[in-house]
Design a binder for this molecule. Sequence first.
Ligand SMILES: CC(C)(COP(=O)(O)OP(=O)(O)OC[C@H]1O[C@@H](n2cnc3c(N)ncnc32)[C@H](O)[C@@H]1O)[C@@H](O)C(=O)NCCC(=O)NCCS
Ligand SMILES: Nc1ncnc2c1ncn2[C@@H]1O[C@H](COP(=O)(O)OP(=O)(O)OP(=O)(O)O)[C@@H](O)[C@H]1O
Length: 275
Amino acid sequence: MILIGLTGSLATGKSTVSTILHSPPYSLPIIDADLLAHRALLPGTLGYSRILSYFGPSTPDLLQPLSPDAPLGTGPNATRPINRAALGRRVFGSSDAKRRDREKLNSIVHPLVRMAMVRELVWYFVRGWWAVVLDVPLLYESGLDIFVSVVLMVGVSSPAVQMARLRERDQGLSKGEAEDRVGSQMGVEEKVGRTRARGERRGKVVMNDGDRGDLEREVGRVIGEVGGEGGGRAWGWWLMGSPVGVVGVSGWEVWSGWRARKRWEEERRRERARL
Ligand SMILES: CC(C)(COP(=O)(O)OP(=O)(O)OC[C@H]1O[C@@H](n2cnc3c(N)ncnc32)[C@H](O)[C@@H]1O)[C@@H](O)C(=O)NCCC(=O)NCCS
Ligand SMILES: Nc1ncnc2c1ncn2[C@@H]1O[C@H](COP(=O)(O)OP(=O)(O)OP(=O)(O)O)[C@@H](O)[C@H]1O
C-alpha cells in the first residue's frame, strides 16, 4: 500500500485536493488528521479530560456555554464540549506563552491522533487498498513525513491569496487571529523546499494558484505519476501479498524519508553559514 502524505499550509487547498482524491476516478480513502484531532477532544475521551485539567484552570471559556434549558451538571450541561475557538486563542500566536501552550496541546493530541491513524491504516491495508491518503496539515512539523511514501504538498505562491481564501472561508476569524494561525505553522516556502528535497519520485508540489480546474489537472498529473499508469497500483497490491516485502519496503521508505530530511537540514545549515 502506498501512503500519500497530503500536506500544505493553512487554506492552501488540502481539503479541496482530498475531496478530489476521494471522488472518482481516484476514489482513494482519506485519513483526515483534523477530523481525528476533533474526535480526540470529544467529551468523555482521554484527550478531553487532559485538556480540561491543563487548560481549564487558566481558561474560563474553555467549555462551550451552559445550556439555559438543562439543569447544571446534567444532560448537555454534564458533557459540555470544548470551546475550540477559545482553545485556539490560547495556542495560536508567536509569543513564548502561546508556543508553550501549543506544544502542550500537541503533546496531548498528537499521540492520540497517531494511534487512531495506525488503526485506520491497518483497516485499509487489510481491505486491500493500493494507496491511502493521509491528510495531515502538520506532516513536517510532527515528523510524520518520514513514514509516507510520497508527500503531496499543496501550496499557494501569494501569502495575500492564502489569507484572502482563509478569511473568506472562516468568516468568524479576525485578521489578527488568521495571522496568528498562519504564523503558527511552518511557512509554504519551507514546506516546498522540504518536499523538493525528497526528490522527484517521493515529493510532489502542487501550486494552487489557478482555479479549481487547474488544481484538478495538477492532481491528475501527480496521481498519474504516483500510480504510474497502473505500475504503482500493481506495486501496492504486490506488497499486500508479501509481509516480508511490507517490512522491507517500509524500512526503506522511512530511511529514504529520514535521509531527505537530513539533506534538507544540511542544505539549510550551509545556506545560513553563507549569509
Ligand atoms: C486548537 C484547536 C482546538 C482549534 O480548533 P479549530 O476547530 O478552530 O481548528 P481546526 O482543528 O479545524 O484546525 C484548522 C487548522 O489549524 C491548523 N492547526 C491546528 N492545530 C495546530 C497546531 N497545533 N499548530 C499549528 N497549526 C495547527 C491546521 O492547519 C488545521 O488544519 C484545534 O486546532 C486543535 O485541537 N489542534 C491541535 C491538534 C492538531 O495539531 N491538529 C492538526 C492536525 S494533527
Ligand atoms: N483554486 C482555488 N481557487 C479559489 N478558491 C479556492 C481554490 N482552492 C481552494 N479554494 C478555497 O480556499 C479555501 C481553502 O481551501 P481548503 O479548505 O481546501 O484549504 P485547506 O488547506 O484544507 O485549509 P485548512 O488548512 O484550514 O484545513 C476554501 O474555501 C476553498 O474552497
